[in-house]
Design a protein around this ligand. Structure first.
Ligand code: BG6
Length: 479
């Protein structure tokens, strides 16, 4: 299909991953354990992690751990990067495992074997002219910081993060020009465990603890932004927001107001602080109503003001339709957010509502509010794939999904939005964050690995691989 909209020259086409969902090698190169290493396989994995008595230990008798081997990128990165290069990737979004660099999180000196691993990966990418886009923290906090410090509730973690981020900037200053601090930072509002390393024990402390942890992350992010600009003056460093535009269920003003308030709190609160360098006005009322009293140290607010980001990275999978009072049967699914079912949308096999127009709406809303460049760093369809007898994988459902979302980006660009690039999620099949499944596949590249852990790990391009290669080659003109 021909696309009317033309993407700007230099548009950053590529794919996205996270260390714990692809690397494996979970004990290699002196790597320490992180929170995803104690995540069992199965749909209950996050519930298990958040249950009150959970001890954050590995228990092989009870559980399987898909992230321990994942897709073995740790040993196969050369083959994988060659496949990305063949597709024409301009960028590759990946994250660094904090525990490869600081195995416990609180050491004073970084671990050389971990640093050397990412040197090899970056060198391999550069061999093909692919620029890495690096998330500093993507759902893999060191387990030691979870157990001994209570995660991001502790102010000390700011210092550990500063050490970690600075070590990365110093080491990779010539190799990495695109950075992001915290993956889906706002997701913690619904589920703090993966990014903040704790689960509030009861509802009364939920907001106090979560917002205090946010404050620590904002300070840490601002410190990282400042350090990045100083150490790598030509780098761009962004935040990363989980964006699901909130639609009011109907024109009942009560529902419209509810949707507006949800959108402010969930979609804009973190971005406001990251981009404008200030806590937004609306949050004061929320703090008062939920008895949140932040501990803010001298200098914190100045730091936050100075450490504003260059761009907004966002993940977009779905919109969210919501109303003030919901009935149980109306609920819609998502891995982090969910409202009520939208009668105008179809859903994926996992119940995630598919809404390409919502991406155009998101980009317009974000650009309208902030006027900073946007970067879609996650978007994609988790689906079952069928390997045919002749070995081909005809993932037309994925092509349809991506085509419509790319069109929507083209429309947003026509609307005047400044868009830097697009890295679709899970460009190679990987372990699902929310379910630990391999069968929830996102990739252009099939990986022969299954939910029970079996498989040869062989890589195979799907039909979408060839399709995306052409999309990149024509800079989005042929879809
Ligand atoms: C995002 C995360 O929330 O969604 C990724 O940043 C995750 O880590 C992706 O994998 C897709 O979600 P899931 O649960 O299907 O893996």
């Amino acid at each position: 299909e021909r696309n009317q909209q033309s993407f700007p020259e230099g548009f950053l086409w590529g794919g996205a991953t996270a260390a714990n969902q692809i690397e494996g090698g979970f004990r290699e190169g002196n790597k320490g354990l992180n929170i995803s290493d104690v995540l069992p396989g199965g749909k209950e994995r996050l519930k298990i992690l958040m249950s009150p008595g959970f001890n954050f230990e590995i228990d092989h008798e009870k559980y399987r751990y898909p992230n321990h081997e994942a897709i073995d990128f740790y040993h196969r990165y050369k083959e994988d990067i060659a496949l990305f290069a063949e597709m024409g990737f301009k960028v590759f979004r990946m994250s660094i495992a904090w525990t490869r660099i600081f195995p416990n999180g609180d050491e004073l000196e970084p671990n050389e074997a971990g640093l050397a691993f990412y040197d090899r990966v970056f060198d391999e990418l550069h061999k093909y002219g692919i620029e890495p886009v690096v998330t500093i923290s993507h759902y893999e906090m060191p387990l030691h910081l979870v157990k001994e410090y209570g995660g991001w509730r502790s102010r000390q973690v700011v210092t550990f993060f500063e050490r970690y981020a600075t070590a990365l900037f110093n080491r990779y200053k010539d190799k990495v020009k695109y950075w992001m601090t915290f993956n889906e930072i706002n997701g913690a509002l619904k589920m703090p465990i993966m990014s903040m390393g704790f689960s509030p024990q009861n509802e009364e402390v939920r907001y106090q603890q979560t917002f205090q942890a946010f404050h620590h992350q904002f300070v840490a992010s601002a410190i990282a932004v400042k350090a990045c600009k100083q150490i790598i003056p030509d780098a761009k460093i962004g935040c990363m927001i989980l964006f699901a535009p909130v639609y009011s269920y109907d024109s009942n003003p009560e529902n419209v107001l509810f949707a507006l308030k949800e959108e402010e709190l969930f979609n804009y609160f973190c971005a406001d602080v990251h981009v404008r360098g200030e806590y937004p006005a609306f949050i004061q009322r929320f703090f008062k109503e939920h008895s949140v009293e932040l501990e803010i140290q001298d200098g914190d607010l100045e730091l936050i003001k100075q450490g504003t980001v260059d761009y907004i990275g966002l993940s977009y999978y779905m919109s969210r339709t919501d109303k003030k009072v919901k009935a149980e049967e109306e609920k819609a699914n998502g891995n982090i957010v969910g409202g009520v079912k939208n009668p105008f949308l179809k859903a994926s096999d996992w119940g995630w509502e598919i809404d390409p127009v919502g991406l155009r709406i998101s980009l317009n809303r974000l650009y309208g509010r902030y006027q900073v460049p946007l970067f879609v760093v996650e978007n994609g369809l988790g689906a079952y794939d069928q390997v045919e007898e002749d070995g081909t994988i005809n993932d037309n459902h994925r092509i349809d999904y991506l085509r419509e979302h790319i069109k929507a980006m083209g429309e947003a660009i026509e609307d005047g939005v400044e868009l830097m690039g697009y890295t679709s999620w899970g460009c190679i099949d990987l372990v699902s964050m929310s379910t630990g499944q391999m069968s929830k596949r996102y990739g252009f590249i099939y990986v022969d690995k299954h939910d029970d852990g079996s498989g040869t790990l062989e890589r195979k391009p799907k039909k979408s691989y060839h399709w995306y290669k052409n999309v990149i080659a024509t800079n989005g003109e042929q879809l």
